[in-house]
Design a protein around this ligand. Structure first.
Ligand code: SAM
Length: 337
């Protein structure tokens, strides 16, 4: 038996929850336990598990308990390497965020532990930072073949991701599902910073929308196009891939979009004027931005848009931690007039 974090779900949702958590690589290597009308599912991270389940509208609560370990393998990295918990698994690749107070030897030890936790592991990298307009990571290979392309499963879809040359955050899966669930058939949608296409493709998988997926990074646009092909049998709507600088879009795109997604938290607000020019009265704009508090994020969005168009804030929440002092917030606004 081993004490571990878990999420509790209602029995009627258990099968769907287990499949989603397994696909996302969040399941711990231990046997779930039934308690009354609930199943307690051991997981590697509450936060990631809740994001995955929230994206599928499955109600869950955090829990902890003792679970029977399937085989003699570590279930939590912190059991093997004290102090180290945070990592992201993208398909067969694991990426650690580098923390200065943990030496490189800690990560090498962790990579060794991960090998016995995941049979499909091909490479482990340490991320030293994220740089430049394209938000690309600086990666150090510490285990494996060093191939940076992998296939990530999310919300019932598959995405080819290059962990070195494109941006992809598995912790946004719930957010992508939330936005996609709001889109109605026939909507004209613009994803201004689409990366390899996860927002655009998730939307087109759930409604007959027309989605324009724009990114400055040509390799991200190439993978987005590959991802549209990869998921074509699951798509109801259409996705058009455009490689462009979104600041220039109003110069050559004369359409007015019903919905715009601005997921470039370090720079979204610079594009507020472009988003105003590409939207019309009643359009919804999902703005992702950095802030030291939710109130500050909302004010920054209102002020940035206010210089070019009238907007009403209809929803906001914290999405992710970004640094010790800053988080990423989503602020949904509707254009008025
Ligand atoms: C934080 S990532 C978001 C990617 C994607 N939306 C996702 O959820 O995975 C920001 C993206 O904005 C792109 N980008 C940065 N500047 C841009 C610009 N001026 N025009 C279009 N895309 C840009 C980057 O290449 C990157 O893919």
């Amino acid at each position: 038996m081993s004490a571990t974090d878990c999420v509790s779900v209602r029995l009627k949702d258990a099968q769907k929850a287990l499949e989603a958590l397994r696909r996302s690589g969040v399941l711990a290597n231990a046997r779930p336990a039934r308690l009354a009308e609930e199943l307690h599912i051991p997981v590697l991270s509450f936060e990631m598990a809740s994001e995955v389940l929230e994206g599928l509208s499955i109600a869950s609560n955090p829990c902890s308990g003792s679970f029977e370990v399937y085989v003699r393998k570590p279930t939590k990295l912190s059991e093997v390497v004290p102090g180290l918990t945070g990592f992201v698994k993208l398909g067969s690749i694991v990426v650690f965020n580098y923390t200065k107070n943990l030496g490189l030897h800690t990560y090498l030890q962790a990579a060794e532990a991960l090998r016995s936790m995941y049979s499909d592991l091909t490479s482990v990298f340490v991320k030293l930072g994220t740089t430049g307009e394209l938000r690309l990571p600086e990666l150090l290979l510490i285990y494996g073949d060093g191939n940076t392309v992998t296939k990530v499963r999310e919300n019932g879809l598959e995405f080819l991701v290059d962990v070195k040359r494109t941006y992809f955050n598995v912790r946004l899966s719930g957010e992508r599902a939330r936005v996609a669930n709001m889109v109605r058939d026939g909507e004209l949608v613009l994803d201004m910073f689409s990366g390899v296409g996860p927002f655009a493709i998730t939307i087109a998988s759930r409604s007959k929308a027309f989605v324009f997926s724009v990114d400055l990074n040509p390799y991200a646009s190439y993978l987005a196009a590959m991802n549209v092909r990869l998921n074509r049998k699951r798509l109801k709507g259409q996705v058009s891939i455009i490689r462009a600088d979104s600041i220039r879009l109003p110069d050559f795109v004369k359409m007015r979009f019903d919905r715009i997604i601005m997921n470039n938290p370090t720079a979204s607000l610079i594009f507020a004027d472009a988003a105003c020019r590409l939207s019309g009265s009643g359009s919804t704009i999902h703005v992702y931005t950095l802030g030291s508090s939710e109130g500050e994020a909302v004010s920054k969005v209102v002020n940035s848009f206010g210089a070019s168009c009238n907007v009403e804030v209809v929803y906001h929440r914290k999405v992710l931690e970004y640094s010790p002092s800053k988080s990423i917030y989503v602020v949904d606004v509707i254009r008025r007039g």
